[in-house]
Design a protein around this ligand. Structure first.
Ligand SMILES: NC(=O)c1ccc[n+]([C@@H]2O[C@H](COP(=O)([O-])OP(=O)(O)OC[C@H]3O[C@@H](n4cnc5c(N)ncnc54)[C@H](O)[C@@H]3O)[C@@H](O)[C@H]2O)c1
Length: 339
């Protein structure tokens, strides 16, 4: 049983809390730190996001609430520090947690820039502690299944792949940090990194990227479209956008076209394989647990067994931050950027 301390009880902090509560034999949340007194008092009604969360009433028996995250990191009743803070605070608190000898989970993107992310990876190595980053799409059942199908080789080589992620403008974050480019990296780093990371997870690091961007928030992009250049004629693109009007439905979709079949993840979450032969399309049955459940159970396994994750290393999460930075550089320069 691992004792977890969550720092930052916003949209993702609550998501992690609910997921640990669904794993009572594996993990117990023993501490939470948040600067918001309302949340520390148990009123979680204001927590919002683009995925529905469980109801606001929670039993906090056995959970120590801290205002100052440093106190949580020092708490001997905390084995694992789980950082669900705004992105610009990831590095500061990950370094503190690792220096205190705690295994550390940290939400994606790993940090607000690759310099800070590199410091985190180095600190984990030096401390000899596990540092895992919440690139949850690698664990999302439809995406993990697609990777299994592609890697399995039964349907031949991939010819084209496109990934899309759309959201209404996120207006629910603490002090509106998410719409501050210096704190979140806007849609490019906050939203689109999910697909950039998955592209690299599926196809490896591209040779170069060519990106286009748009949006209204200064200092970054609310909408990004990238072509990832690979050897040969493989065409891979990803688009992430969060400028859409209130009520616009969140969606994440992909289409992967292979030599012998096309694979489609529709906006309703259904994954379907369409054989080139014209045979009946087959709906693929997906694991009912969420990507967050798979991600956190995998992380707990890694920490408990001391085994390195074969799905996600701190270095690979760092490379994904670098990948998105290259995409942003491509928008700025108007040309392809080599990796
Ligand atoms: N994996 C995913 O699907 C996913 C989805 C959404 C967000 N995220 C990531 O999760 C992280 C958090 O995002 P969010 O949407 O939950 O943010 P949020 O604004 O909803 O919550 C942030 C919380 O941190 C608290 N906080 C701020 N400074 C603090 C401090 N110094 N000490 C303690 N608490 C502090 C705030 O009071 C707030 O409760 C971001 O990095 C974001 O990119 C990941």
């Amino acid at each position: 049983m691992l004792r977890i301390g969550i720092i930052g009880l916003g949209f993702m902090g609550k998501m992690h809390f609910d997921t640990y509560r669904a794993l009572p034999d594996r993990a117990a949340v023993t501490a939470i730190a948040d600067v918001d007194p309302k949340k520390r008092a148990g009123d979680w009604s204001g927590i919002g996001g683009n995925i529905a969360l469980a109801g606001a009433a929670v039993d906090l028996t056995g959970v120590t609430m801290y205002e100052n995250a440093d106190d949580l990191i020092r708490d001997p009743e905390v084995d694992v520090v789980d950082i669900t803070l705004p992105t610009y605070l990831h590095c500061e608190y990950a370094l503190k947690a690792l220096a205190a000898g705690k295994d550390t989970l940290c939400e994606k993107p790993m940090a607000v820039n690759s310099g800070e992310a590199a410091k985190m990876a180095e600190a984990a190595d030096q401390a000899g502690r596990t540092l895992l980053i919440g690139q949850c799409i690698r664990f999302w059942p439809a995406y993990a299944k697609a990777r299994e199908i592609v890697r399995g080789g039964e349907y031949g080589a991939v010819r084209t792949a496109r990934f899309q992620r759309y959201s209404t403008l996120p207006t629910w974050s603490w002090q509106n940090w998410i719409l501050d480019a210096g704190k979140s990296g806007l849609a490019a780093l906050d939203l689109h990194i999910h697909d950039a990371d998955f592209v690299a997870h599926l196809f490896g690091q591209p040779e170069s990227v060519r990106s286009f961007g748009g949006g209204v928030n200064p200092g970054g992009w609310d909408h990004i479209l990238t072509r990832y250049q690979y050897p040969g004629d493989l065409l891979v693109t990803a688009e992430g956008a969060w400028e859409y009007a209130p009520g616009f439905p969140f969606s994440m979709t992909f289409a992967i076209h292979l030599e012998k079949a096309s694979l489609n993840l529709a906006a309703d979450g259904k994954l379907t394989l369409y054989p080139i032969s014209g045979a009946e399309p087959s709906g693929i049955v997906l694991d009912a647990e969420s990507g967050y459940w798979h991600e956190l159970t995998h992380f707990l396994d890694c920490i408990q067994t001391g085994k390195k994750s074969e799905v996600l290393t701190a270095d690979s999460a760092l490379r994904s931050v670098r990948l998105v930075e290259s995409e942003m550089e491509s928008i700025r320069s108007g040309g392809a950027v080599k990796l």
